[in-house]
Design a protein around this ligand. Structure first.
Ligand code: GLA
Length: 347
């Protein structure tokens, strides 16, 4: 095992939940793998193919999790093999409670056996949800237990804690061995959801650091209202809103997990997801958190984020979170450069 370099920078990949919810199967995963490779996502850095909730039968068999044979007739090892043969890493999902959020078996009191099972299947990434916890169980212990199980299962498995930012997660999550942690409740395909999540994390940016990243949830770029359930669908966004969403996630060091059906994506949305400059900013090896710079002349809807990059450059991003055009400015003096004012106009 070589946990030394696991997940130094925010993970990038694709996750089944936003678009497909329970409608998943091996054919879909294989097609996504093929497209991720053929359409340049792999080359751009997207590495993990993650199957979210609803992959198993509703009950365990002699204590073991069983992949639904209708959805995954060749079992999970076969899916992992296909994913690996194409140069990707394979992600799966479980939950720290007795059931998953969609009511499939959770890993409570099966942590060590399940971690071993995931290792046998060739899993490289485990998303670990937060539903159906026995009430008296301390959530920190539950996440630590799975963190420990994964660290000792004989395979390098990235631990993606999905605890929604509850119970002061920022203060203890690193102690569980998590490599990324969800900091908010579920995103949906609307500008309001994107905006709420981003604004809620502006003062949490110091908690994002190498090897343990603040996960602002999967991307909704390219979904256009095609979410897997009513809550996620939420009407969709404009191209500018998807661009802003991607730039926010990139600047704020969030993992970049695609949530749309990339088999049907438009060229315009694909260009957002493959933006080399934003990806490079997100993947900068030092993972310095962005900081916000205030300029008196800016409206309160305007947020200017600055991120120090490992080559000595600064990435500067201007976000207009409001609904009307705004002018905005930043004084170079305030970001450590010689005095000069940079101005920008949103149309
Ligand atoms: C929770 C998580 C989502 C998704 C669903 C699956 O709501 O936050 O990201 O994994 O469960 O049921």
């Amino acid at each position: 095992m070589n946990r030394k370099n696991m997940c130094a920078v925010p993970p990038m990949g694709w996750n089944s939940w936003n678009t497909f919810t329970e409608n998943i199967n091996e054919e879909l995963i294989f097609e996504i793998v093929d497209q991720m490779k053929a359409m340049g996502y792999q080359k751009a850095g997207y590495e993990y193919i993650v199957i979210d909730d609803c992959w198993s039968l509703k009950q365990r068999d002699h204590g073991r999790l069983v992949p639904d044979p209708e959805k995954f007739p060749h079992g999970m090892k076969a899916v992992a093999d296909y994913v690996h043969a194409n140069g990707f890493k394979f992600g799966m999902y479980s939950c720290c409670g007795t059931r998953t959020c969609a009511d499939y078996p959770g890993s409570f009191e099966h942590e060590y056996d399940d971690a071993k099972q995931f290792a046998e299947w060739g899993v490289d990434f485990l998303k670990y949800d937060n539903c159906f916890k026995p009430q008296r169980q301390d959530v920190q212990t539950l996440y630590r237990r799975m963190g420990l199980a994964l660290a000792n299962c004989g395979r390098d498995i990235v631990f993606s804690a999905c605890e929604w930012g509850f119970y002061d997660v920022y203060n203890w999550i690193k102690s569980t061995g998590a490599h990324l942690f969800r900091s908010t409740e579920d995103i949906n395909d609307s500008w309001n959801s994107i905006k709420d999540i981003a604004l809620s994390q502006l003062d949490k940016m110091p908690y994002s650091a190498p090897y343990c990243h603040n996960d602002m949830d999967m991307l909704v770029v390219g979904m256009h209202g095609a979410g897997g359930n009513e809550y996620i669908a939420a009407g969709g966004c404009s191209t500018e809103e998807y661009q802003t969403h991607f730039a926010l996630w990139a600047m704020m060091n969030s993992p970049l997990m695609i949530g749309c059906d990339i088999r049907k994506i438009s060229e315009q949305d694909k260009a957002i997801l493959l933006d080399e400059d934003l990806i490079a900013i997100n993947q900068d090896i030092e993972c310095r958190q962005s900081y916000e710079v205030h300029c008196e002349s800016n409206s309160p809807e305007v947020h200017v984020l600055v991120k120090f990059l490992s080559n000595g450059d600064l990435a500067i991003a201007f976000f207009n979170m409001g609904d009307v055009p705004e002018k905005c400015a930043v004084d170079f003096w305030d970001i450590g450069l010689s005095q000069f004012q940079m101005q920008f106009e949103f149309l």
